[in-house]
Write a protein that binds this ligand. Structure first.
Ligand SMILES: NC(=O)c1ccc[n+]([C@@H]2O[C@H](COP(=O)([O-])OP(=O)(O)OC[C@H]3O[C@@H](n4cnc5c(N)ncnc54)[C@H](O)[C@@H]3O)[C@@H](O)[C@H]2O)c1
Length: 366
């Protein structure tokens, strides 16, 4: 059974590379130049066939990769097997902090993070290691916000989240396509004529709105920032308040990067049958714990589909446990993420080179 899952992940990596071979192309280059010969890289990533594709090419360049899975809910068991089978250490168990410490115990000199949790653990709990860190790469917008809130960091942190590719391709098109595909797969709902609310009108929200509209949904946008709300308005979407939208729409998707964007109190007058899901980085944009506690009944409708009956009588269906749905289902075209990972590999190549980048946040060079 285990081998079978690993084989499936391997086939998926093969399929990705067959139609979009940017990572193996780079891997061939790295196999010749060996930029990470003798280097240990610690990575905190969603463990999926996509990240497995990157790790395979980093190993060709001489790297010893040690991985912590960024979120148990997005961890693909087959990819874990595939990686372990090829000698990559992957930590998935225990509490998150232990996973980070386990990675750091291998003494990496390069770090890749997705949410600034591995880097924060390094700074707070393994300060003695800081001198040997050549640099880090942060993948997510949430992680960059945490980096900026923290202040100076004594090594370079390449911000690939604000590179020109990430927003325009991955956040907008990758998530936009993948999340709607996941909604269709999990619910079987045809999207034409459905009314849906998108919370947040950053690149992710814009993509969700555009792909939802293209699929025939009537999209409404809930956005706390007045300028972005205006963008949504001029893109032709109604921009109601949250309570108003939830009383009307059939589907609501969070893409805010903020904890508790939908709390249980927001559901007081929700439409019966509302489907809730998250596209943002973490698993906390929808206050799932509070919904579970407040529900008078919960039914497992299908894998990743739980329906709660609230005190008001309304039924609310949560997809993917409130985790980023496209990642949970590994849905959508792999191309945008693979492009993003190619940039991560190039940033690691740059950090491993002779010339040291300045400490602190460094926007990825073009
Ligand atoms: N699922 C994925 O594969 C994937 C991929 C890329 C990014 N992300 C994540 O998606 C999230 C959004 O990314 P982005 O690039 O659009 O970020 P962004 O910060 O540019 O946009 C978020 C928007 O949400 C708005 N917002 C904040 N709180 C709100 C609230 N309570 N109600 C309504 N609007 C609110 C903000 O004003 C902002 O305009 C981030 O967490 C990011 O890490 C997920």
């Amino acid at each position: 059974m285990g081998d079978e899952r690993g084989l499936q992940a391997e086939q998926e990596v093969g399929r990705i590379n067959a139609f979009f071979p940017i990572l193996p192309t780079l891997g061939n280059r790295w196999a010749a130049s060996r930029p990470w010969e003798g280097t240990t890289i610690g990575l905190n990533l969603h463990v999926t066939p996509l990240s497995a594709s990157l790790l395979r090419e980093l190993a060709l360049g001489g790297a010893t990769c040690i991985v912590s899975s960024a979120n148990p809910a997005t961890t693909d068991a087959g990819s874990v097997e595939l990686l372990r089978g090829s000698g990559v250490e992957v930590y998935t168990g225990g509490d998150l902090e232990n996973r980070y410490l386990q990675v750091l115990d291998h003494g990496p000199s390069l770090v890749v993070d997705s949410g600034f949790e591995l880097i924060a653990t390094l700074l707070d709990k393994r300060a003695g290691m800081v001198g040997k860190i050549k640099g880090a790469v942060e993948l997510s917008r949430t992680g960059i916000a945490r980096l900026r809130a923290r202040g100076p960091v004594p090594f370079p942190v390449v911000n690939v989240s604000d590179g020109r590719l990430k927003d325009a391709v991955e956040n907008r098109h990758g998530v936009g396509e993948g999340v709607w595909q996941a909604v269709s797969l999990l619910t079987g709902m045809h999207l034409s004529g459905r009314r849906a609310a998108i919370l947040g009108y950053g690149p992710v929200g814009r993509g969700l709105a555009a792909y939802g509209r293209a699929a025939g949904c009537a999209i409404e946008v809930v956005e706390s920032d007045p300028i972005r709300r205006l963008f949504a308005h001029y893109d032709g979407y109604p921009t109601p308040g949250l309570g108003d939208a939830l009383s009307r729409v059939r589907i609501a998707i969070t893409a805010t990067g903020r904890k508790g964007a939908i709390g249980v109190h927001d559901l007081a007058s929700a439409r019966d049958g509302l489907v809730l899901l998250n596209a943002g980085h973490g698993g906390d944009e929808i206050d799932v714990d509070a919904i579970r506690t407040a529900a008078v009944r919960a039914d497992n409708v299908a894998d990743q589909v739980v329906r709660y009956r609230l005190e008001s009588g309304a039924r609310v269906t949560l997809l993917g446990g409130g985790n980023p749905l496209n990642i949970v289902l590994n849905s959508g075209s792999p191309e945008p993420v693979v492009l993003h990972f190619a940039v991560v590999g190039l940033a690691l190549e740059r950090l491993a080179g002779e010339a040291r980048l300045a400490n602190g946040e460094v926007v990825v060079p073009e």
